[in-house]
Ligand binder design. Structure first.
Ligand code: ATP
Ligand code: MG
Length: 463
């Protein structure tokens, strides 16, 4: 268990803090300022502009910051618009009747316009090293107020630390982010080894930004990712899981997982899968086949995301473990009909330890396992015993069907079967409760008859 830091609690009052030590040796850095006229005001969020202009009128500094500035400069539409300000949370709250302070330690203000929320955060600085373990760089708390420069320096990558002042139409750059954006380079702010050790999840964030935005990872940053990959095991599990799922839903999962494998993150986070893929340049052709199957499934997942689908957590996890589990149970990728009880055993043996390790919910674990086990149903011949209506109305049907679609794309077969199930699914949604009840009764009746046959040792009519 990691010790929690206690000596750097959030300041309890709204008094400004003394600035943190500068990596430049005490001299304040003047930001580089670049006009931002090419960013049209209409591309900015009007509610965020309202928050900024009110804070600025009251004499505070207030800027757009982080991902939205980066995305605007890249000509992409930002997901959300975050505001950073010199005003302390209570001062922000006082300025906005629609503002609400959230968070216990890391306090932010949510300024709500209807159900649209502008996250407004006070400038923060990087925490000093922990006194009890000065060599341990892992940040366990990040909660001291600072100034704009310090706020830029505590961020992860140079391209994520730009401020946009919409009133003056200027970009403020304390860290060289503009040059890196122009050059298409992803680089940590400061020493990459220190920054990765402080928070190893930044390894996954680097992969996310590099693949999503088509950036090259700077050589030193990449070397630090390789050197610190082992430390990922120390990061908070829910954060790690969240980043893995984000990578899977990014539409560039194939590239992201190749990068995770190349820097060692896959070995640390998903050791069974890394081993399943074999060594690089493995002379064993079976290893090559296993890797090929895995990459094909991720490629199918990317295609699916580009087609507008957002894979559920259970589906993402099922994609990761599908072939590992099937192979352990001796099931051919294209033929699920042979799946027997070994598949269920392999699924829980392989997937449950992973789920426990990353604190995947029981619900999603169950969904992932059932999606894999139910694949055989899609190609199972229709018989009196199998009731497609009940299957298609079942709780896990959507996940199972999504996984079947991904398999069909990856193996290049079964698309017609997939479409017939989409139709059955639609029919099942429109089925009356009477229809459903009738099917249930039939199933129960057959179940009872089978039970009787078993008592009289009569062999079953269907295997
Ligand atoms: P996205 O478009 O995926 O939301 P983003 O850059 O906005 O990208 P967020 O996770 O929303 O990413 O974080 C907002 C900002 O907070 C980042 O741009 C970065 O400046 C800072 N940040 C987030 N996570 C970290 C971290 N682990 N270490 C340092 N700074 C971080
Ligand atoms: Mg964001």
């Amino acid at each position: 268990m990691r010790k929690r830091r206690t000596q750097h609690e959030a300041p309890s009052n709204d008094e400004p803090q003394a600035p943190a030590e500068r990596p430049t040796g005490g001299q304040p850095i003047e930001p580089r300022v670049r006009p931002a006229e090419d960013i049209p005001l209409s591309s900015l969020d009007q509610d965020a502009l309202r928050v900024i202009s009110r804070l600025q009128r009251q004499g505070f500094q207030a800027y757009l910051v982080g991902g939205c500035v980066r995305d605007l400069l890249l000509g992409r539409r930002p997901k959300d618009f975050d505001v950073a300000t010199s005003a302390h949370p209570r001062q922000v709250k006082r300025s906005f009747a629609n503002g609400r302070i959230i968070g216990k330690r890391f306090k932010l203000v949510h300024v709500a316009y209807g159900d649209h929320v502008i996250e407004t955060a006070t400038f923060r600085r990087a925490p000093p090293p922990r006194e009890e373990e000065p060599d341990d760089l892992l940040i366990t708390d990040d909660n001291e107020f600072g100034n704009a420069e310090e706020d830029a320096l505590r961020r992860d990558f140079t391209i994520n630390a730009l401020f946009l002042d919409p009133t003056r139409r200027e970009i403020l750059d304390y860290v060289g982010g503009l040059d890196d954006l122009d050059a298409g380079v992803l680089r940590t702010i400061g020493d990459p080894r220190v920054r990765m050790a402080e928070d190893p999840v930044r390894i996954l964030r680097a992969i996310k930004f590099a693949t999503r935005l088509g950036l090259r990872i700077d050589d030193d940053t990449w070397a630090a990712m390789i050197d610190t990959a082992d430390e990922l095991g120390r990061s908070a599990k829910p954060r790690v899981l969240e980043e893995i799922l984000r990578l899977m839903r990014s539409g560039v999962a194939l590239g992201a997982f190749r990068m995770m494998r190349a820097c060692g993150a896959l070995r640390v986070l998903l050791p069974q899968i890394d081993a399943h893929l074999g060594q690089r340049d493995d002379p064993d052709p079976a290893a090559h086949d296993r890797a090929d199957e895995f990459w094909r499934l991720l490629e199918a997942l990317d295609g699916d995301v580009h087609a507008g689908n957002n894979p559920a957590t259970g589906v993402c996890v099922a994609v990761l473990f599908l072939r590992l589990i099937e192979r352990a149970a001796g099931v051919d990728p294209r033929n699920h009909d042979q799946a027997g009880p070994e598949l269920a055993r392999a699924a829980s043996e392989l997937l449950e330890p992973f789920a426990l390790g990353v604190r995947l919910s029981r619900r999603d674990t169950g969904k992932a396992i059932r999606a894999i086990l139910q694949q055989r149903r899609f190609t199972q011949p229709l018989s009196k015993r199998f009731r497609p209506l009940l299957f298609a109305r079942g709780e896990d049907f959507r996940e199972s069907l999504d996984l079947f679609r991904l398999r069909s794309m990856a193996w290049g077969q079964g698309w017609d079967v997939y479409e017939s199930w989409v139709q059955r699914y639609q029919e099942a949604q429109g089925a009356s409760t009477d229809d459903v009840e009738r099917e249930r009764k039939r199933k129960r009746r057959r179940g009872r008859r089978r039970g009787k046959r078993a008592e009289t040792a009569e062999p079953p009519a269907e295997a």
